[in-house]
Design a protein around this ligand. Structure first.
Ligand SMILES: [Zn+2]
Length: 286
């Protein structure tokens, strides 16, 4: 049986890092189990033995954390994504590629970061799947979004493919590739998982932090960006985007935020051996 480590258990506590005048904080909401052979159907049993076996939980699933990234700057605050919401779906009721799908912790995480939901001015979605917009659009039976002041932003392509409940509301905003959406935060079109999937790049304190959304779901993909993903709407675009992202991630002073990487959501790529490897963030990164 797999030993419980940060590589195969969900994030349960917020964690922050400071880059110049920006503070970024991971706010966990819940998690989802991914069936490795169904999620990545080109993999074989042998691909999940050896080092990758450490990524599997005792039931044989990859552990994908779900949550939001809080970005604070000079008293202002935005989120990238908004968790899944207070829902708890057993494995028999989720998609066949998934096991259990659970959310609910985000408000507590936000409170512990000392930020009120009403003070979030912007939520920028990587894409419009329910584990990324949950607290924004469907916070619970009959409840309004707790993010009462936030503008909801996603790429125009993403809105076009997914009519949201509040289409036409002034709170909905389409964003363009390369647009600066918040001080220091720029949108980067990364199609594949969805047509309008967008990564967000924070430039601060002499570093870049790339919040890459669902371009990668598990560190096992870093060495094999060519593995197509069953849940990618555009699987071949997904391969090209993973290669393009890897080329950026190996550049100096580049960190990454990987929202689905179990309890190792902040990190960088180490490629000294020639194979890209996820190196979880440590406080002394430079
Ligand atoms: Zn996702």
């Amino acid at each position: 049986m797999a030993t419980a480590t940060p590589w195969n258990t969900p994030a349960t506590a917020p964690r922050s890092l400071t880059l110049g005048e920006h503070t970024v904080t991971w706010l966990p909401d819940g998690h989802v189990q991914l069936d490795p052979r169904r999620w990545l159907p080109e993999t074989t049993a042998a691909d999940w033995e050896g080092e990758n076996a450490a990524l599997l939980d005792p039931e044989g699933y990859l552990t994908a954390s779900i949550g939001a990234l809080l970005i604070e700057y000079r008293g202002r605050a935005m989120l990238v994504d908004a968790g899944f919401g207070p829902h708890d779906i057993p494995a028999e009721h989720t998609h066949p590629t998934l096991g259990v799908l659970v959310g609910g912790r985000l408000p507590t995480a936000l409170e512990s970061a000392g930020v009120k939901a009403a003070d979030i001015e912007l939520i920028a979605f990587s894409h419009l799947h329910d584990d990324h917009f949950g607290w924004a659009f469907r916070p619970g039976a009959g409840a309004d979004s707790p993010f009462s002041s936030a503008v909801f932003a996603a790429s125009a392509d993403e809105w076009a493919n997914w009519p949201p409940p509040r289409t036409g509301s002034p709170r909905i905003r389409g964003i363009a590739d390369g647009e600066e959406i918040f001080p220091g935060v720029t949108a980067w079109a990364t199609p594949g998982h969805t047509a309008g999937h967008t990564a967000y790049v924070l430039n601060a304190g002499g570093h870049r932090l790339i919040a890459f959304g669902d371009v990668f779901h598990t560190p096992a993909q870093l060495a094999r960006p060519d593995w197509r993903v069953a849940m990618d709407a555009l699987p071949n675009h997904g391969v090209a985007t993973r290669r393009a992202l890897l080329a950026e991630l190996v550049r100096p002073r580049t960190l990454a935020f990987a929202n689905h990487f179990s309890d190792v959501v902040f990190g960088r790529i180490a490629a000294e051996s020639g194979t890209p490897v996820w190196q979880p963030w440590e406080e002394n990164y430079q």
